[in-house]
Design a protein around this ligand. Sequence first.
Ligand code: SF4
Length: 339
Amino acid sequence: MRTSAYADLADIHVIGIPRALLQYRYGVLWQTFFEALGKTVVISDETDKAIVDNGIARSVDETCLASKIFMGHVVNLIGRCDAVFVPCYASCDMHRGFCTKFQSMTDLVRNTFRTELRVISLLVENVSDIKATQAAFVELGQRLGASRKESKHAFKEALRAQKEVDGQQAQRQEDVLKLMDEYRGIVAKDPARAEQAPLSILVVAHPYIAFDQYMAGDIIRSLTQLECMPLFACETDHAKSYKASLDFSSTMPWIISRELIGSILMLKDRIDGIILISAFPCGPDSMTDDAIMRCIQGVPILNLMIDAQTGTAGIQTRLESFIDILQFQRRGGYIRAER
Ligand code: SF4
């Protein structure tokens, strides 16, 4: 591999990536990019109590649980890599932005871990501007010792891999929905109604909450044990769900919140219930959850908040009651019971 003139990071061979926040959205892109440059990538472990406690110890009280957990994942990578990758994602475009945590995390980590580990980063000003995003990655690739051509090639390969995974997720969701539609059709034709289709529950949460073992792991496992089919709003086709969200609000700034709301609008007639899961005290969710609860009609919603002190304790009972109510309602519900 030819060494570039800017290769001040060429001595970094093993790159750590915290399994938190935007890693759940762009992790495939990041990992593929670094591996295509010949680097070894270490992803931090699944979130557990130790990671949460370490994250809380390195964070100020006021930050959300998701960013505290991010800090715990950085701790988890100390001694396991030459540098940790903490990119700065500022916005999506002129009208759509990310939560400010994604922008500030590089500085937070650098200031918190000062001498404990090296941090490599890049600035993505506008993620929908592929040329500018590519330029940021190419510059980082060159600093890591790759040539411009090699870095460009690595980015293209990474982008293709991320698009492929996103497409597969959206397709998998559509396949499950079709299967559930067919199942309901068959059950509806059965006059005895001996068999019922599983309840389809749309889990509406940022991907780093929905797929995090500590935050939503127990909830998803319980849904499966209660014979429900969990679907994830964050897996709906991003472009389509963003477009659908314009019917809900023309001014909401947060892109991921928009996609989650768009997913609800697209799927609400094909699901039996919605579970909102937020990390305390999330600024964007405090506004959007309230708007969803008030404005989405015709489908029952359970709103769950996970905080650092209690975790998911006490949530099980609420979850079981919610599913009980949905099942009771499907068997004819309160209207039938009154007859
Ligand atoms: S969107 Fe909410 S949960 Fe996510 S990083 Fe921002 S404040 Fe935290």
